[in-house]
Design a protein around this ligand. Sequence first.
Ligand SMILES: [Fe+2]
Ligand SMILES: [Fe+2]
Length: 146
Amino acid sequence: MNEVLRALRRMHNVERFAVGIYRTQIRAFPEKEIADRLKVAMANEQEHVNDLQARIRELGGSCSWLGLFFQTAGKLLGFTTTLLGKLFLLKTDIRIERRAVKDYGDFLQKVDFDEKSRGLVQKNLEDEKAHIRRWEESIEILQAQR
Ligand SMILES: [Fe+2]
Ligand SMILES: [Fe+2]
């Protein structure tokens, strides 16, 4: 398997992890404003999953069978954070998104992507940066309500 497909498959797994996390976290927030943000982020992560999957197929590859494992792991982590308080939850999400930004950046540096795949990775990277800002704002919203 070539390095582009291998990288796309890795990202696809991590995106499934992200969908799992946000899906389980939504119910932790009676604050509609933050719950809505989590729903939007979940849909955005699902978009990342779908776009990566489509690109992997276009390149003649298939998605990793570990995807389900990653999604389940995301749900478990998401559920755990709901038990530990909203602030902890949001800080965890920021940490996870920062890691995603770093990983996407590393892939962009190291992997010789074709133009279309590179565009997809760059778009996802920008989305993850936006997620970090969303969770930072959400922390401010929470703190303002106290
Ligand atoms: Fe993502
Ligand atoms: Fe994200």
